[in-house]
Design a protein. Structure first.
Length: 344
């Protein structure tokens, strides 16, 4: 998938983009999807496979009502001839029943059958070139008046080369007396850039939220399912070790709003929990569950949450409620407020 980035831990997606982004970015992906009888076959297969894939969902207690809603609405879904409308209808019900903003069906830009026919997936070098064209998520890094550094991140890259991009941005801001970190329109991404960025914000690697993954044994009766035993494996996470952190103790102001989701929320939440930053703006989107992509046939993919985040300080996370700012102001005024506080 091109819209989400693989994290380090066992191929798991640390995060994915929020529901609002799906509607904006997926419309163009429907052009090549088959129509007519072929489309009905693909939609039927997607629903059947989704029902089986739900065996992996970390919130196992929510699975029965989700399956019941999908079964109840099955005929209505299949009556939708447009793939995007089909996908949106499923996602609306998934969200209504689960409350989980990471649990989403995505529409692929081309069939997986085409991908197989066209050969091997892109190499790491090709992926790096594509990421580099997008600045590895770094939208802007510059000095503002008064000696305040400003870093705007559009996303967090999961590519190994993104560490160098983060370090380069930090080098441009080194020497600033404070940092404004703008995550207001950051929809998430991968683990690599996130951990490198956080390594610049303390003299020693900062403790991040723990990730708890459900144990899921293979289901002999269903190769696409699993059998959960209710237990979880916990992985402690830390920021990367950085030789010369750019902001080991200077004030940090994190700008957030409804457009901040998933990995962006993790950064704001972890800095807030460590009392390392002041979070300014509006509550964020509210997606905390680490997830992975699972195919539903040639055209559809489901992002399936398979773990939960728990911060060792708070004992909880931002799932469903979002990160709550320390200073609540309209998101469009958050930068002005940060500069006012930095001048203070």
């Amino acid at each position: 998938m091109k819209r989400v980035t693989l994290a380090v831990i066992s191929g798991v997606l640390l995060s994915c983009q929020g529901p609002a982004a799906v509607l904006a970015q997926e419309a163009a992906a429907t052009a090549g999807v088959a129509t007519g009888a072929g489309a009905l076959i693909h939609r039927t297969r997607a629903l059947d496979t989704l029902d089986r894939r739900l065996a992996h969902y970390v919130m196992a207690e929510r699975t029965p009502p989700i399956r019941a809603r999908l079964a109840e609405r099955r005929a209505a879904y299949l009556a939708l001839t447009e793939p995007e409308a089909f996908r949106q209808a499923i996602n609306a019900d998934l969200l209504a029943v689960s409350g989980d903003k990471h649990l989403q069906v995505w529409l692929e830009g081309r069939s997986r059958d085409d991908v197989v026919a066209e050969g091997a997936p892109p190499s790491m070098e090709a992926m790096s070139a594509e990421e580099a064209r997008n600045g590895y998520g770094v939208r802007e890094a510059r000095m503002l008046d008064g000696g305040v550094g400003y870093l705007n991140l559009a996303s967090f890259s999961g590519h190994p080369d993104s560490t160098r991009a983060i370090d380069a941005a930090m080098a441009r801001l080194a020497g600033a007396r404070a940092l404004v970190l703008d995550l207001r329109e950051n929809l998430g991404g991968g683990e690599v850039a996130l951990r490198q960025l956080m390594g610049h914000f303390a003299p020693e690697p900062m403790r991040l939220e723990d990730l708890q993954f459900r144990r899921c044994a293979p289901d002999p009766a269903d190769p696409e399912g699993c059998i959960q035993d209710g237990s979880r494996d916990t992985f402690e996470r830390f920021a990367n070790t950085v030789d010369q952190p750019a902001f080991p103790d200077q004030p940090i102001y994190v700008l957030v709003g409804p457009g901040a989701f998933s990995a962006a929320e993790a950064v704001a939440y972890d800095l807030q929990a460590a009392r390392r930053a002041t979070v300014i703006g509006e509550p964020t989107g509210g997606g905390a569950n680490p997830s992975t992509g699972m195919d539903l046939g040639p055209w559809f993919t489901v992002i399936m949450p398979i773990g939960v985040a728990r911060h060792p300080v708070t004992g909880t996370n931002w799932e469903g409620v979002g990160v709550q700012p320390d200073v609540l102001v309209p998101a469009e005024r958050a930068l002005d407020e940060a500069l006012r506080l930095a001048a203070g």
